[in-house]
Ligand binder design. Structure first.
Ligand SMILES: [Zn+2]
Length: 141
């Protein structure tokens, strides 16, 4: 399975059975599938969304948004629960307004799930970890 490194955008090949074993990037040696949310930037967003063999769940949030900050620990818990099934990522809409605009984000937090570069589900509003997992699971392998 091809996994894009969020740090250097290198494409790594990881056997499907090794996704939860803490694989590191062949180029920059950083973890490519940590059991915690990864941070996307304008530099990495397109490559990570488009080329990943695993579905990518993105939390569009902002530091000034209270519900976003409240959801952060729940989202981190969801990343642990979905480890190996999806890559959970965060996109700071204040730091990356162009991506938020292009993605049509009208309220935050908004969760959007991408498979092979295509958005397959989206939902606005903060929610507990178990609800995130329940909502995303039908779209995951
Ligand atoms: Zn890398």
């Amino acid at each position: 399975m091809e996994i894009v490194c969020v740090h250097c955008k290198s494409i790594n090949r990881v056997p499907a059975g090794r996704l939860q074993d803490g694989p590191v990037c062949g180029a920059c040696k950083q973890p490519i599938l940590p059991a915690e949310p990864v941070v996307l930037t304008a530099d990495s967003f397109d490559a990570v969304i488009a080329r990943n063999g695993l579905p990518v769940l993105v939390d569009f949030w902002a530091p000034w948004c209270g519900p976003c900050r409240s959801m952060a620990p729940m989202y981190a818990e969801a990343a642990r629960l979905l480890h190996g099934r999806a890559l959970l990522a965060k996109l700071d809409t204040e730091a990356q307004p162009a991506i938020a605009a292009r993605s049509g984000i009208r309220s935050i937090p908004t969760l959007a799930l991408f498979k092979a570069g295509h958005e397959v589900a989206r939902e606005a509003g903060a929610r507990p970890a178990q609800d995130i997992v329940r909502w995303a699971s039908p779209f995951l392998g």
